[in-house]
Ligand binder design. Structure first.
Ligand SMILES: Cc1cc2nc3c(=O)[nH]c(=O)nc-3n(C[C@H](O)[C@H](O)[C@H](O)COP(=O)(O)OP(=O)(O)OC[C@H]3O[C@@H](n4cnc5c(N)ncnc54)[C@H](O)[C@@H]3O)c2cc1C
Length: 538
């Protein structure tokens, strides 16, 4: 093998779980070439994540994948019941109905849905494949080097696990989406901080007839408490076929228990106890040991290598934040890599990935830990008060690094979002041509300059300012071109400016800058705003 890589690309993604696949999709949305390698032959069969929040759906919507995801989720509608039972067929000790998510249409064009990660990953995989990402399953990254130093390139050696054939892939950057154990992170010696492993768990994915035991009941999660059978765990993840489920149990290595102890025979017995029928026909599909842990990497970037998803942060799954946060990482990074490739930005923009995403991840881990305390009944009054609504964490996280106008808290209530730089640009109903949609549909591929009927000077300035800054901008003037503002009170009220003001939105749908009113030098103001937004300002 010579020294030259056999294959060249812009980004080499390691890991074909939900965050690696999302990264491939978002990079292709930006026109960036990428090669993804995943050591397994396929996506994971374990449902793991069930809850997907509106911000995640908004990002998938902007990449054209919301529709198939909603279709797949339709089979899980109505599972809002949480119960504690002796067994699925046995006595019900208590049950609660989770509140309906409520009408979120004033906040988002998207929804909160339930869908197993095992169903979500193939949808994103297909979309990334269709968009032109090179996806290599059954292929492992065995080593990598950065011959060009901090700014790249990276050369990864990847191995086809069927044939044993090795090849070298050269890329400008490497994205490590290789999960909690992240061999890439370990190779780089990036340490993690946090509470560490809090519990050891095992997920037993089984096939069995749940229709009889459930007797018409449905649930999102069913806590099994049967001291006689020595069983304490949870069953979740049944779909409408009622033929499959996951039994999750905690085991204690401090008492000598080990994941290897969950043999097929023992798992069949445990699932039968959970069902409440010692003769039930049970097939064990797979047993997945995992750690309920709270850990964040000390840095999310090391030269040309970026950590995303569980490689960067492991979030206890209470609240359902892990996979959602990983997708948000991928989206935050993709447009920045694209901007550097297009020559619109330099390396300084890439530094903002860690600066923006690590505080969000750490604050989200803290929120998941608070939820864990609340669930265990050990939370103090103060901890209960500090526990935020899931939608605040998922829709209201902020980037105080984006030239804020004042002090920006790490989370804002979604209702309070009002076009402040560093916050998610608020949703507004609009008519694009004759198609009703959301203003969010305009964001994704370039910066967008929002102005209104009195914003002619801003729009005239946009071309020259964009040219001088060397950054692409799409101008949107409500009511004057083909975009009509259908909101009550007007776009400017929601975005905190006057009808003569302007708002600059980044490709990831976060507000970069706004001018509350007209400016005597709109081209100069806009040029400075654009340079600041791509980290080329003073
Ligand atoms: C029981 C449970 C319930 C959960 N519920 C939720 C929820 O409701 N909502 C939520 O948001 N999150 C939830 N999570 C968390 C969520 O599942 C994870 O955050 C998510 O899977 C992380 O995705 P990832 O792509 O970063 O990592 P992974 O899914 O771990 O994928 C990493 C991939 O990298 C591959 N890989 C590793 N090394 C290499 C290599 N050298 N070469 C090639 N490939 C490699 C691995 O094979 C793996 O496929 C839950 C987790 C569990 C366990």
């Amino acid at each position: 093998m010579g020294n030259e890589p056999e294959e060249l690309t812009d980004v080499l993604i390691v890991g074909g779980g939900i965050t690696g696949l999302s990264c491939a999709l978002f990079l292709r949305q930006q026109g960036v070439r990428c090669v993804l390698v995943e050591r397994h032959a396929s996506t994971s069969i374990h449902p793991r994540a069930w809850g997907w929040y509106p911000r995640t759906l908004e990002l998938l919507r902007s990449a054209g994948v919301e529709e198939p995801v909603l279709q797949a989720a339709a089979g899980y509608a109505g599972h809002r019941r949480q119960a504690t039972v002796e067994s699925l067929a046995g006595r019900e000790l208590k049950a609660v109905m989770l509140p309906e998510p409520g009408d979120l249409s004033h906040l988002t064009p998207s929804r909160q849905i339930s869908l197993g990660q095992d169903r979500m990953e193939p949808i994103v995989r297909e979309a990334a494949d269709r968009a032109g990402a090179v996806l290599r399953y059954g292929t492992e990254l065995t080593s990598f080097e950065c011959p060009g130093g901090l700014r790249g390139p990276v050369v990864g050696t990847v191995k086809d696990r069927d044939t044993g054939e090795e090849r070298r892939v050269g890329a400008r950057w490497l994205v490590a989406a290789d999960g909690g154990r992240s061999p890439v992170r370990e190779t780089l010696g990036i340490r993690r901080t946090g509470r560490g492993t809090l519990q050891h768990q095992v997920s037993i994915l089984f096939r069995a007839d749940l229709e009889g035991p459930l007797a018409g009941r449905r649930f999102s999660i069913c806590q099994i408490e049967n001291p006689e059978a020595g069983l304490s765990g949870a069953v979740l993840g049944h779909d409408d076929t009622l033929r499959r489920g996951t039994l999750i149990l905690q085991y204690r290595p401090e008492n000598g228990a080990a994941a290897e102890g969950f043999t097929t025979e023992r798992c069949v017995g445990l699932v039968r106890s959970a069902i409440g029928d010692p003769a039930a026909e049970v097939e064990i599909i797979s047993v997945l040991p995992w750690e309920l842990a709270a850990l964040s990497a000390e840095r999310f970037r090391d030269g040309p290598v970026f950590l995303i998803g569980d490689a960067a942060h492991v979030i206890p799954p209470i609240g359902g934040y892990g996979a959602n946060t990983g997708i948000h990482d991928a989206h935050n990074l993709a447009w920045k890599l694209a901007a550097v490739l297009r020559g619109e930005a330099d390396d300084r923009l890439l530094e903002t990935y860690d600066a923006e995403r690590r505080p969000v991840a750490e604050a989200t881990i803290a929120q998941a830990q608070l939820r864990l305390m609340v669930r265990s009944g050990r939370a103090s009054e103060e901890q209960r008060g500090a526990t935020l609504d899931v939608l605040t964490v998922m829709l209201g996280h902020t980037y105080p690094t984006v030239a804020p106008e004042g002090e920006l808290p790490q989370f804002r209530e979604p209702e309070e979002l009002s076009g402040e730089p560093g916050t998610r640009a608020p949703h507004l109903p609009v008519l694009v041509g004759d198609r009703p949609g959301s203003v969010l549909d305009l964001y994704g591929s370039s910066f967008v300059l929002l102005t209104g009927a009195e914003g002619a000077a801003w729009q005239e300035a946009a071309g020259p300012a964009a040219e001088r800054a060397g950054v692409r901008v799409r101008g949107v003037r409500f009511g004057m071109a083909d975009v009509e503002d259908l909101s009550v009170g007007g776009w400017h009220g929601r975005y905190g400016v006057t009808p003569a003001g302007a708002v600059l939105v980044r490709p990831d749908g976060f507000v970069a800058w706004r001018s509350p009113d007209a400016d005597p030098d709109p081209a100069g103001a806009l040029e400075r705003a654009l340079l600041g937004a791509v980290a080329r300002g003073d």
